[in-house]
Design a protein around this ligand. Structure first.
Ligand SMILES: Nc1ncnc2c1ncn2[C@@H]1O[C@H](COP(=O)(O)OP(=O)(O)OP(=O)(O)O)[C@@H](O)[C@H]1O
Ligand SMILES: O=P(O)(O)OC[C@H]1O[C@](O)(CO)[C@@H](O)[C@@H]1O
Ligand SMILES: [Mg+2]
Length: 317
């Protein structure tokens, strides 16, 4: 079978090991494999390149994605997807593996509904996909955040300051919750676990009066303007507060072992599914087992908030 692979949406550490696994597993199973450049944009422009074992040599430890990625808004138009399917068929490609987040899955579901076989792999730092415990990239981004929070704690404590640190995650608090537990953050604020600002300020006053030297607040992006909140905390709590937006540093870097293993397992599993004639599904990991569900089910499901980790962080704070 001729199979193509692409990466789409925000890049995530582990996309390269996933591409490698798809390419090597496909070749080892007797398939031909093509790389598509820059996500769905490459499907529309017909940017395909045949890949060999060598095309994916020495990329296991590389951040980003060797295939490039893009956000192509127009892909929600049927006529644009029709061009993509036409280009795939012209090349003789019979199935597609997409590595990306929820938006990428929406594109994949739409291609599936138009009769083109697609398999999805969860590749996003956000961990915001249902039907999988983890997404490829989450654990590496988490390590980056933990490293940054430990460093911020050093300076924060030296200056007796409060630090509010904004993580990525779009509308999912998993990065903030996991990093907050890992670093003993005093407060964790996420879309799933919101907190009243006045309440935090009151608790910071108590915290300060108890002689604590610092406090860390970890917060998911898009919850509030952290710079304004830092000013408010400084003015009202007596704790000088600084805001740090971690930003794109969270998307870069060499994938950690956990993401490499996950990417390897998922990439190989995707090729096994295609070899068995299965498509129109997204791959996941649940209780350490590979699973797959139709895109329609995944996209209609909700992610499970990390309530247990959040409560544990509060309990052992
Ligand atoms: N409803 C849709 N129909 C068709 N294609 C879509 C749809 N939504 C998104 N896509 C395509 O998928 C691409 C990636 O989606 P998006 O930008 O939301 O990132 P993502 O895959 O969710 O990854 P991440 O959130 O980690 O950045 C979009 O740029 C677009 O090309
Ligand atoms: O790369 P862009 O378009 O700025 O998107 C940033 C978004 O992408 C992510 O990094 C991954 O989905 C989110 O955490 C963040 O909100
Ligand atoms: Mg997304």
């Amino acid at each position: 079978m001729k199979i193509a692979v692409l990466t789409s949406g925000g890049d995530a550490p582990g996309m390269n090991p996933a591409i490698r696994a798809v390419v090597r597993a496909a070749i080892n199973s007797g398939h031909e494999i093509y790389g598509v450049m820059d996500g769905y944009a490459g499907l529309v422009s017909g940017s395909f390149e045949k890949m060999s074992r060598k095309s994916v040599s020495e990329i296991l430890d590389k951040g980003g994605t060797i295939l490039g990625t893009a956000r192509l808004k127009e892909f929600n138009k049927p006529e644009v997807r029709q061009i993509a399917i036409h280009n795939l068929r012209e090349e003789g490609i019979e199935a597609l593996v997409v590595i990306g987040g929820d938006g990428t899955y929406r594109g994949a579901e739409a291609l599936t509904e138009m009769g083109f076989p697609v398999i999805g792999l969860p590749g996003t730092i956000d961990n915001d996909l249902p039907c999988t415990d983890y997404t490829i990239g989450f654990h590496t981004a988490l390590e980056t955040i933990v490293d940054a929070l430990d460093k911020i704690r050093d300076t924060s404590s030296s200056h007796q300051r409060c630090s509010i640190v904004e993580t990525m995650g779009r509308h999912c608090g998993d990065l903030a919750v996991s990093a907050g537990l890992s670093c003993g953050a005093e407060f964790i604020i996420t879309p799933e676990h919101p907190m009243n600002k006045e309440d935090i300020i009151e608790r910071l006053k108590i915290h300060k009066s108890e002689g604590r030297r610092n406090a860390i607040i970890v917060i998911t992006e898009n919850v509030c303007n952290v710079h304004e909140f830092a000013e408010e905390i400084t003015a009202k709590s007596g704790f000088a507060c600084r805001a740090t937006v971690l930003g794109y540093v969270q998307r870069g870097g060499s994938p950690c072992a956990e993401d490499r293993i996950l990417a390897g397992r998922m990439g190989a599993y995707a090729i096994d599914l295609l070899s068995q004639g299965i498509s129109g599904v997204a791959v996941g990991i649940q209780s350490n087992k590979m699973v797959h569900y139709p895109f329609s089910k995944v996209l209609a499901s909700k992610t499970e908030p990390m309530d247990e980790i959040f409560e544990l962080a509060t309990k052992i704070r």
